[in-house]
Design a protein around this ligand. Structure first.
Ligand SMILES: [Zn+2]
Length: 141
């Protein structure tokens, strides 16, 4: 039993830049979604990345609005489950409005951005591209 929910602790979502004091920020809607995924696959997802502190964001030179910095995004993997299966299930969940298939890590990025900003993408060999229907076919989505 975690301190946030059945499967999750604050530390699962803490920044791992190694410089801050493991700052964290977590949107409980996101935790609920991860619990739903755990129940569906009967396995707890591992959170590879949750919150990014300001210094880490700066270092990564990512776009100003990062859903990670708002505590609304996570990269997750489930051991033994292909990332495209995880992606396809996450896509059916209400509130998951940002979804990325990260082939290099067999991981999925998911976030709870507002519906009007809905977006899906693929990261393959370090390169990001929008998830077109061609890409869906290519990656079995
Ligand atoms: Zn940090």
């Amino acid at each position: 039993m975690g301190n946030l929910s059945e499967n999750f602790n604050h530390k699962d979502f803490a920044c791992r830049c190694g410089k801050c004091k493991n700052e964290y920020r977590i949107h409980l809607g996101l935790v609920g979604i991860l619990e739903n995924i755990a129940v569906h696959f009967k396995k707890r997802p591992r959170v590879l990345a949750g919150y990014y502190c300001e210094d880490r964001l700066e270092a990564m030179k990512r776009e100003k609005i990062s859903w990670h910095a708002k505590g609304k995004a996570a990269h997750i993997v489930i051991d033994g489950i292909p990332a495209n299966e995880l992606f396809k299930y996450a896509e059916t969940l209400e509130g998951v409005n940002g979804l990325g298939l990260y082939l290099d890590d067999n991981a999925v990025h998911l976030d709870t951005r507002p519906l009007e900003k809905k977006e899906s993408w693929v990261k393959d060999k370090g390169k990001y591209s929008p998830l077109t229907s061609d890409k869906r076919a290519q990656y079995g989505l």
